[in-house]
Design a protein around this ligand. Structure first.
Ligand code: F42
Length: 146
């Protein structure tokens, strides 16, 4: 089994720990925003280690939109590179954990899902104005979907 390496960011590590320990009953929003969060378990593209990344919950039916905003920082977050290299993830939404596969969106698909993301979490629009990079948008789909 690959090793789990918790985030070096304390608040992120604490959120993952509380969310998992309570099976999603606590720690399921971004700070005091009241807006819901999911946990994406991904594979490190260099280390192969297990990484756990809280992201805003942007639902698209049974699918989820994942937005690599990192608060409008100039660089992509590491998890973006991890998903590009290893698209199979576990996505936890409160007490439900499902195996999913992600794909990075372009064109009209990206525009549609970006709009869903901004609707769910309006600060994403500000984050895009803070950075020259184009914020990556992924769609996670259940692997066992029929
Ligand atoms: N970030 C977002 O981008 N979008 C969101 O919607 C979002 C919501 C959110 C809600 C709650 C919360 O607690 C955090 C939230 N975040 C959101 C922050 C998010 O969880 C991540 O912390 C943030 O995006 C940064 O991602 P990151 O993957 O760069 O994480 C950093 C802190 C990290 O873990 N860095 C590690 C380190 O050691 O510095 C490396 C992790 C890694 O994946 N390493 C790679 C590997 O192979 O293991 C190798 C990396 C390399 O190239 O060396």
């Amino acid at each position: 089994m690959p090793e789990y390496i918790p985030s070096p960011a304390q608040w992120v590590r604490d959120q993952v720990e509380l969310y998992e320990r309570t099976n999603g009953a606590e720690g399921n929003t971004l700070r005091d925003s009241g807006l819901p969060v999911v946990i994406v378990t991904n594979t490190g593209h260099r280390t192969g280690a297990v990484r756990k990344t809280p992201l805003m919950r942007v639902a698209d039916g049974p699918r989820y939109v994942l937005v690599g905003s990192q608060g409008g920082a100039p660089q992509h977050p590491q998890w973006v590179h991890n998903l590009r290299a290893h698209p199979d993830i576990d996505l936890r939404d409160r007490d439900v954990v499902r195996r999913m596969r992600v794909r990075e969106l372009e064109g009209a698909d990206r525009e549609r899902c970006w709009a869903l993301a901004v609707e769910a979490f309006p600060p994403y629009a500000d984050y895009q104005t803070r950075t020259d990079r184009r914020i990556p948008v992924f769609l996670a789909e259940p692997i066992d979907a029929t």
